[in-house]
Design a protein around this ligand. Structure first.
Ligand code: FPP
Length: 280
């Protein structure tokens, strides 16, 4: 990955169009916004920290659960928009390993919404050629949820249009610890030599395996922190923070984040394209 080649966003949209039936009007809008030379096209992997459900509800005098319910509508809109825009992988931080510390009633509401989402939307996701994958620690996942998550993964395993990754009972530090433990076990069992552990073999033991790292991480609702999300995988991600509360997030908000991303220069610790040309 060099990330430094300069290309017009419209060019990469056209390529995506051939591959995944991209929504032409959306492509035109994004291209029109950026009808200049831009460093990046459509990010292959977008990850979102969906924040602000509670504040959205509070500002309307509604219970927090109403914010979470409307948050699920935003999930539906965003999955659809990601497919239309040619985003290959969309990762959503649905429930962190720390969220269990919320009041019992809120945890129960969130579990109910996730179950309802899988039961109600799985068939449509499958029809839309969306592959569902889950990351997070599967130990201690309630027994009425785990089979649903497994069924979603099994049913959609061959789908190719968009990959929807749901981070459930997920924590970045926990992901790293479980990967370290898995590698330590392999060393102890003589399956691998400790000298051969490198960044690639370590990453392969994370929940995300050999998937592409997120190109863009979006966080809604004005907070500017990672909150234990994809700590390893975010090493070279671009960040876009928006004040929009998650329940209000929609295709336009996603397009705005993509337009911001398109302007960023990704250097991966090297020199930018201009400096490289000067050095050459
Ligand atoms: C953050 O808002 C949001 C969450 C902790 C949960 C996100 C869950 C959903 C949108 C619903 C279920 C997900 C799927 C994939 C169906 P917050 O409660 O922390 O908001 P606040 O910071 O304003 O209080």
């Amino acid at each position: 990955m060099t990330g430094t080649s300069s290309k017009r966003i419209v060019t990469s949209m056209n390529r995506a169009d051939q591959q995944h039936q991209v929504d032409r009007s959306a492509a035109t809008q994004v291209a029109a916004l950026n009808d200049v030379e831009l460093p990046n096209g459509i990010p292959e992997h977008v990850a979102i920290i969906m924040d602000g459900n509670g504040r959205w509800a509070k500002s309307r005098g509604l219970p927090r659960t109403a914010g979470h319910q409307r948050g699920v509508d935003a999930v539906r809109r965003t999955v659809r928009a990601a497919g239309e825009l040619g985003i290959r992988t969309l990762t959503l931080f649905a429930f962190s390993s720390e969220n269990w510390s919320r009041p019992k009633s809120e945890v129960s509401d969130l579990m109910g919404l996730l179950k309802h989402f899988i039961r109600r939307d799985l068939a449509e996701l499958h029809r839309e050629n969306v592959r569902v994958s889950i990351i997070g620690d599967r130990c201690n996942v309630p027994s009425d949820i785990l089979p649903l998550l497994q069924e979603a993964e099994r049913l959609t395993a061959q789908n190719t249009r968009t990959r929807l990754v749901i981070a459930f009972n997920y924590g970045g530090r926990d992901d790293l610890v479980r990967a370290a433990r898995a590698m330590a076990l392999k060393v102890a069992n003589g399956e691998i030599s400790a000298d051969l552990i490198d960044a690639d073999s370590f990453a392969a033991n994370l929940d995300t395996g050999d998937w592409r790292d997120p190109d863009l991480i979006i966080r809604t609702s004005g907070e500017q922190r990672l909150s234990n999300f994809l700590l390893w995988q975010a090493a070279y991600s671009e960040f876009v923070f928006t004040d929009i509360h998650w329940p209000d997030f929609d295709k336009t908000a996603l397009e705005n984040a993509l337009a911001e991303y398109a302007k960023r220069e990704r250097r991966y610790g090297g020199l930018g394209a201009v400096d490289e040309a000067v050095q050459a």
